[in-house]
Design a protein around this ligand. Structure first.
Ligand SMILES: [Zn+2]
Length: 204
């Protein structure tokens, strides 16, 4: 699925769920949901996030870059600052470096929990704990959406390699796949426009 579709689904899920769960619909909350909806595909060197960060589009470059970044953050922090949440940020980057597109670590519940703990810890430390729910919604919306693709996702990796998918799936990149993604993106935009007055009223 394209990054655009994932962002659309992530934001839409946050808007819909905010009506049922206690969650503030702020610009930052929606942005966090959008970014979290892109995060699972960070394991792919050609994904939308890496396209803007990585100097090389290869797997080796991706692993090296995130590992070095993680170690750099932890090293600088231990020398100069000693903030526990900066260590969490370093661990977060190392997680990304270690994630492998083949086995799909980031597309499992284990991957979700690893990111949730590191990012959640940072959010609490910088007094943005209210963003944990939008983060979870965005991330889980990605996993749910990928379950509608023919490849499925290894939900319980590393405990089981079994790929889980919905009874009805579509192939990413196929005619129908592209059609469905366009319909979701367009539908999301229409829904958001329709909900805009309510969102604006709730936003601070
Ligand atoms: Zn994905």
């Amino acid at each position: 699925m394209t990054g655009k579709t994932h962002v659309g689904i992530g934001v839409m899920s946050a808007v819909i769920l905010s009506q049922y769960i206690p969650m503030d619909l702020t610009v930052s909350a929606l942005s966090v949901s959008a970014l979290a909806a892109l995060l699972p595909d960070v394991d792919h060197p050609k994904s939308i996030i890496n396209k803007y960060i990585l100097p090389f589009k290869s797997k080796g470059a991706k692993v090296t870059f995130y590992f070095m970044l993680g170690i750099f953050v932890i090293a600088v922090n231990s020398f100069y600052f000693s903030y526990s949440h900066l260590n969490a940020l370093g661990v977060f980057f190392i997680f990304i470096g270690a994630s492998n597109h083949r086995n799909g670590t980031t597309h499992s519940l284990t991957g979700f929990l690893c990111f949730l703990f590191t990012i959640g810890y940072i959010m609490v430390k910088i007094r943005c704990g209210n963003l944990i729910v939008p983060f979870s919604i965005g991330y889980l919306s990605h996993l749910s959406a990928d379950m509608f693709t023919s490849k499925g996702i290894p939900l319980f990796y590393p405990f089981s390699k079994k790929k889980f998918k919905m009874p009805i799936t579509f192939t990413v990149g196929s005619f129908w796949g592209k059609m469905i993604e366009s319909i979701i993106t367009a539908g999301g935009l229409i829904y958001l426009t329709y909900k805009l007055p309510i969102i604006m009223m709730k936003m601070r």
